[in-house]
Design a protein around this ligand. Structure first.
Ligand code: DLZ
Ligand code: SF4
Length: 509
C-alpha cells in the first residue's frame, strides 16, 4: 500500500505541504478539460500552466518520485480532478490521499466529499506557501468593523521583521505610497525585460494549445506568439534577479505610471511565478530588502514592492477565504450591463483602453494601474455586471486564479462588495489618466472636454456615475470633496454629462 498525492497546476513548489507529508508517495498530475475551460483562459495562460506542470513533473521524477502525468487529451474521459483521482485509485492499492488545499473555492467543494466517495482517508493540507495562515487572518479580522490592508500589512511587517527597526517601521513610516506616483519623464528609456525562450516542452504545449484552444469560433482569447513567461523556478529566479538589478530602484517612483507601447514599465512581472509556486513570497521580500540594506535601491521602492507581496497579496487571499462563497454574488451598485465587445477585440477609439486590451491580448498581462484605473475604472463607471468583469479578468491574465483575481476585481476595482476592500470606489475622469500617462495625446477624444461627442468618455461617465449613485456614496467621508464639487457644478453641465453618458452607453456594444 502506498499514498497518493494530487498536485494541482498552481502547486509547483518542492516544499508543498502534500509532498512533504508523504515523501515516498505516488504523485499524480493532470491537464484537465474542466480546469482549462471553466473560464476560457488566455492561450498563454494555458501554455504557462501546462508547461510549468510538465517541467515540475520532470523535476519530481529526477528527484526519484513516481509521477503519473496525464497530458491534455490523452485520456479525454478524465475531465475533472475527481475523475483523475477515482481513476488512479481504481488502478492501485492506496492507503491515503494527500492534497494541499486548492486556491479556489469551487475546488474545495469538489474535494469535500472525497473521503466518503472513495472510502479512504483524504487529507486536505494547509497551503503553507503563504505568509499568513487562514487562522491568522481570521484572528486579525475578528471583531473589526473595517478590514483595511494597511493595518494587516503592519501586522505582517511585525511578524516577519521585514523593514523593521526593532518595533518601529524602518525610516519612521510604514507606507511610502505618496512617493510612488510619478509620471514617466519625457524621453525616459525603460530597460529591456527578459523573455524566456520556449524549450521543447513549451513548444510542444504551444502546439497543443493552438490545436485545442486556438482555432475556430470558440478559440480562447490572446496570441501565443511571443510567449515568454518563466516555466521553471530557475527561469523565474533569473527574471526576478533581472528585476532586482534593473527595475527595483525605479519601481517605487513609477509604480502608477503608464506609457504607450510600454506594457511592463518597472513592474516585477513575478505574479505568474508566485501564483504557480515557482517563487516563494517571503524569499522575494527578503531579496528586495537586501537591496535596501546594500544601498542598491531606495526605501520607497523596496517598501512599495514588499507592501504588494507581504501586505496586499496576503490580505487579498485572507479576504477571499473569509468571505467566499457569498462574496462573488455581491453587486453593491446592481450593475448589469453586458461587457462591451472591445474588451476582447480592442476595437475602440479610446486609446487608453485599446492599449490595455492589446497588452492583455499580446502578453496575457497588463500592469496594476492599467487593470485598476483603465479597464476596471471603465467597467465600474459604465456599470458593467461584476460577474462579466470578473470572468474577463480570470480569462485574460496569466496570473489570475480566483483567490487573487476576485477580491482585486470585485472588491478593489468594482466596489461590488460595498467597500470591504476599498474605502471608496477607485474611479477617475480622464484627468487622472492624462496625468499618469501619455495616452491622451494620440486619442481621438479630447481629455479636457467635459461633454459632447468628442469629449473623453471617462469625463462624463465619471460625473454620471457620481450622480447615479449619490444616495449611496455621498455620505462616504472619502467622497466629500467629489460631492461638494458636484454641488457646485452648474445644472447645464450636469445635464450635459447625463446626456453624453446616456448616448455613449446606449451605443456601447
Ligand atoms: C489554471 C489551471 C489550468 C488552466 N489548467 C489546469 C490543469 O489542467 N490541471 C491542473 O491541475 N490545474 C490547472 N490549473 C490550475 C487550477 O485551476 C488551480 O489549481 C486552481 O485554479 C486553484 O488555484
Ligand atoms: Fe483615455 Fe480619455 Fe485619454 Fe482618450 S482622452 S486616452 S479615452 S483618458
Amino acid at each position: 500500500m502506498t499514498d497518493l498525492i494530487l498536485v494541482l497546476g498552481d502547486q509547483l513548489s518542492p516544499n508543498l505541504s502534500s509532498l512533504q507529508a508523504s515523501p515516498k508517495a505516488h504523485v499524480v498530475m493532470a491537464e484537465l478539460y474542466d480546469e482549462a475551460t471553466y473560464v476560457a483562459h488566455h492561450q498563454q495562460k494555458l501554455t504557462l500552466v501546462f508547461s510549468a506542470m510538465r517541467h515540475f513533473a520532470q523535476s519530481l521524477r529526477e528527484q526519484g518520485r513516481e509521477v503519473t502525468y496525464f497530458a491534455y487529451g490523452e485520456h479525454p474521459d478524465l475531465k475533472s480532478f475527481t475523475d483523475v483521482v477515482a481513476h488512479v485509485l481504481a488502478s492501485g492499492d492506496y492507503a491515503r490521499v494527500f492534497v494541499t488545499e486548492p486556491g479556489e473555492h469551487r475546488l474545495t467543494c469538489q474535494f469535500a466529499d472525497w473521503s466518503t466517495q472513495f472510502d479512504l482517508a483524504v487529507h486536505l493540507l494547509p497551503d503553507t506557501r503563504f505568509i499568513a495562515s487562514h487562522e491568522e487572518f481570521k484572528t486579525w479580522a475578528s471583531g473589526k468593523k473595517q478590514l483595511r490592508m494597511e493595518f494587516f500589512y503592519r501586522e505582517m511587517r511585525r511578524k516577519t521583521g521585514l523593514l523593521m527597526d526593532d518595533k518601529d517601521p524602518l525610516g519612521g513610516q510604514w507606507n511610502y505610497d505618496a512617493e510612488n506616483r510619478k509620471k514617466l519623464p519625457k524621453g525616459h528609456v525603460l530597460p529591456a525585460r527578459p523573455s524566456a525562450t520556449p524549450d521543447a516542452i513549451t513548444a510542444e504545449v504551444m502546439a497543443l494549445v493552438k490545436h485545442h484552444f486556438g482555432t475556430g469560433e470558440d478559440a480562447h482569447f490572446g496570441t501565443l506568439e511571443g510567449f515568454g513567461w518563466p516555466v521553471t523556478s530557475a527561469e523565474a529566479q533569473a527574471h526576478f534577479d533581472d528585476f532586482l538589478d534593473h527595475c527595483l530602484p525605479h519601481f517605487g517612483d513609477y509604480q502608477d505610471a503608464m506609457k504607450s507601447g510600454e506594457t511592463f514599465m518597472y513592474h516585477a512581472l513575478i505574479a505568474t511565478s508566485l501564483n504557480l509556486g515557482l517563487l516563494d513570497p517571503l524569499e522575494v521580500c527578503r531579496a528586495a530588502e537586501a537591496r535596501l540594506t546594500n544601498q542598491q535601491a531606495p526605501l520607497n521602492a523596496v517598501e512599495g514592492f514588499i507592501r504588494q507581496i507581504l501586505g496586499w497579496r496576503e490580505y487579498i487571499r485572507g479576504i477571499y477565504w473569509l468571505k467566499m462563497p457569498d462574496y462573488e454574488q455581491e453587486n453593491f451598485f446592481d450593475h448589469d450591463r453586458a461587457l462591451p465587445d472591445f474588451f476582447y477585440s480592442g476595437d475602440t477609439d479610446m486609446a487608453c483602453l485599446r492599449e490595455a486590451v492589446e497588452a492583455s491580448k499580446t502578453h496575457a498581462y497588463a500592469h496594476h494601474i492599467q487593470r485598476l484605473m483603465i479597464t476596471g475604472n471603465f467597467a465600474l463607471l459604465a456599470g458593467i455586471a461584476p460577474e462579466a468583469v470578473n470572468r474577463w479578468y480570470m480569462e485574460v491574465y496569466a496570473d489570475a486564479y480566483q483567490w487573487v483575481q476576485l477580491p482585486n476585481t470585485h472588491g478593489m476595482a468594482l466596489f461590488a462588495d460595498g467597500g470591504l476592500v476599498a474605502s471608496k470606489p477607485y474611479v477617475s475622469s480622464g484627468a487622472y489618466i492624462n496625468r499618469m500617462s501619455d495616452y491622451c495625446k494620440d486619442c481621438r477624444y479630447q481629455v479636457k472636454q467635459p461633454n459632447g461627442d468628442d469629449a473623453c468618455p471617462f469625463n462624463y461617465l465619471y460625473w454620471d456615475f457620481m450622480m447615479r449613485h449619490a444616495d449611496t456614496l455621498s455620505s462616504n467621508p472619502r467622497m466629500g470633496m467629489v460631492y461638494r464639487n458636484l454641488d457646485k457644478m452648474d445644472e447645464a453641465k450636469k445635464a450635459g454629462a447625463k446626456a453624453s453618458a446616456a448616448k455613449f452607453l446606449e451605443a456601447l456594444k
